[in-house]
Each structure stands twice: as structure tokens, then as C-alpha cells.
Design a protein around this ligand. Sequence first.
Ligand code: ATP
Ligand code: MG
Length: 192
Amino acid sequence: MSSKEKKYKWRREDYQEQTRGLLMVHTGNGKGKTTCALGLMMRAAGRGLNCCMIQFMKSRNDRYGEHESAAKLGIEVHTMGDGFTWDTKNPEQDRATSRKTWELCVEKLRSGDYDLLVFDELVYVLSYDMLPLAEVLAELQSIRTSQPALHIVVTGRDAPAELIAAADLVTEMKDIKHPFNAGIRAQQGIEF
Ligand code: ATP
Ligand code: MG
């Protein structure tokens, strides 16, 4: 083995030792939190990672472009929203939907069947106190101890400080310009 190959091998081992499952947070007011998570799942699925996304806020009956693509890539997606939207008219129902959706997240976390789990809009739900932050953080912490290779992504605006502190990677999408403010409506293939 040449000295060049030896050096490469050493670096590979070093890289392997210094990896672990990440807790990743996509937050901020700009567009791109969910699509970033979808892009990551596309990359991960290409490497044979078993991925699942659970969406807290999208409506179960609506079809989104990502649902069609995920099915093609063998990526599991669960949409639990039940019409749960930004301008909530029924906070009690939203709280119950949040609880039911979190129970599915816990089931998936504890199953040990996944390499990458995405909880879309869990951060929004936490920032509105629809689920107790301490309970969610304790569950994530316990899973990260028992499954150290599991990657977890959570998305949504206004990430609480405790979640940011617990995460390995936090990206804030900054709203510099959005077509909505110029009166351009949501478009198929871009927003849904
Ligand atoms: P995307 O799903 O496109 O990655 P996102 O997950 O960052 O967006 P959310 O906060 O989940 O955004 O909001 C969902 C919808 O709100 C999207 O259709 C998105 O285009 C729209 N949106 C996001 N940011 C803004 C903004 N700053 N102003 C207006 N609409 C926005
Ligand atoms: Mg989103």
C-alpha cells in the first residue's frame, strides 16, 4: 500500500468514528424549511437510508407534489393535519391533532426501523405550546441515547431556545423576498 493510500484509509476511519445521528432544526420565517428536509430525504434515500416524514399541519386529504415523489422514491410520508392551519379556528382540535401526530412520531422513533425521521412543523406546534416542549425534548434525548445513529429533522418557525440548545445543526431560513408579498399566489410544483 502506498503512503497516499494509507493516509486516505486513516482519514476514512477517523471520519467514521467522528459521526453520529444528528438532531437538525430548520427554522426562520423564510421559505425553504420543508423543501430542505425533502431534499435531505432524497439524498439519504439514494444512500439506502430508511426515511420517514410526518407532517403535523398539512391536510390529510390534500395531495402535495412531494407525496407523489416520495412514493416513487420509497420514502414514507404521513400527513396528519386534519385541516390544521395557521389561522386556527379550533385550538382544542389542533391540540388533539398535535397529540395524535406526536404519538405517531414516538411510535416511529421507538421502532428502530429508520435512519432519518423528519417531523415537519413540530417546531410550530411547540412554539404555540400545543405540545409540552419538555416532554418532546425528553423523548428525543432518550431516543438519541438508545439509537445514536438516527438522524432527526424538525421544521417550523420560532424554534424555542431549548430546542436550539439540544440540536447539532440549526439553520434559519431568512425571509428576504417572497412572491406572496407581490400578490403572487401559491403555485403547484413550488408550494405544493
Ligand atoms: P417550503 O414548504 O416551501 O419549504 P417552508 O416550509 O419554509 O416552505 P412554511 O413556514 O412551512 O414554509 O410555510 C408554508 C407555506 O408558506 C409555503 O407555501 C411557503 O411558500 C409559504 N411561505 C413561507 N415563507 C413565507 C413568507 N416569508 N411569506 C409568505 N409565505 C411564505
Ligand atoms: Mg414547511
